[in-house]
Design a protein around this ligand. Structure first.
Ligand SMILES: O=C(O)c1ccccc1NCC(=O)[C@H](O)[C@H](O)COP(=O)(O)O
Length: 217
């Protein structure tokens, strides 16, 4: 079975082209001002025009107002909305209903207790994304995109009915192990394919996607 990959936080043409050329099934555009990967709706529209239809375009938001989502959708056609903040299950339902798009909800993991969050969103969101919970002690931590991994063993025995992605600190050198341990069928990376926060490295994108393609499950 092949493993699919999402490259998130794309903000320049060379990175988008590398993701598409090397087999990404999802590309992510960040609409969250404090992120070094944040893009305007207009920039996202220009980048999205380089993405073929078989690659899913994901718009990433953190506790967004409806007007931000609407402004983005007025500029760029997305295939999925990713919610990476503290959005409640009812807010997930509301956004699904209002914008008529699949919603992927990020669930932050830092312990076995975190897994209790799964039940709140399983079956409510169309997909889940498991990411490392940002440590309270981490200076300038973002809600995501911190390059932090969590204990993948925590997912090994978890019951998840919705399709899900594994994220958090993934890169070409650890993604195979992460898949082996967690059982993930879809993986996501951002920091792991960058020269520095917000500056994607096309060669690392290619290397990550090659490592994913080489995984045999
Ligand atoms: O990528 C960001 O800058 C970001 C900012 C705020 C909320 C979420 C963000 N990214 C969400 C993603 O889907 C990332 O790919 C995921 O958190 C993994 O990031 P990384 O650990 O850097 O690979």
């Amino acid at each position: 079975m092949t493993i699919d990959a999402k490259i998130c936080g794309l903000n320049d043409a060379a990175a988008v082209d590398a993701a598409v050329q090397h087999g990404a099934r999802f590309v992510g555009f960040v609409f969250y001002g404090p992120s070094p990967r944040n893009v305007s709706p207009q920039t996202a529209a220009e980048l999205a025009a380089r993405v073929p239809r078989h690659v899913r375009k994901v718009g990433l938001f953190v506790d967004p107002e409806d007007r931000l989502i609407q402004a983005v959708l007025n500029a760029v056609s997305l295939d999925m909305i990713q919610l990476h903040g503290s959005e409640s299950p009812d807010r997930v339902r509301e956004i699904k209903q209002k914008f008529r798009l699949p919603v992927m909800k990020a669930v932050k993991i830092d312990s076995a207790a975190s897994l209790e969050e799964i039940a709140r969103y399983d079956g409510v969101a169309d997909m889940l994304l498991f990411d490392a919970k940002e440590p309270k002690t981490m200076k300038n931590a973002l809600p995501g995109g911190n390059g932090l991994a969590f204990d993948w063993e925590l997912l090994a025995g978890a019951t998840v009915d919705s399709p899900w992605m594994l994220a958090g600190g993934l890169q070409s050198g650890n993604v195979a192990e992460a898949v082996r341990i967690s059982g993930a069928k879809i993986v996501d990376t951002s920091s792991g394919v960058e020269f520095e926060p917000g500056r994607k490295n096309p060669a690392e994108i290619a290397a990550f996607l090659a490592a994913v393609a080489a995984i045999e499950t």
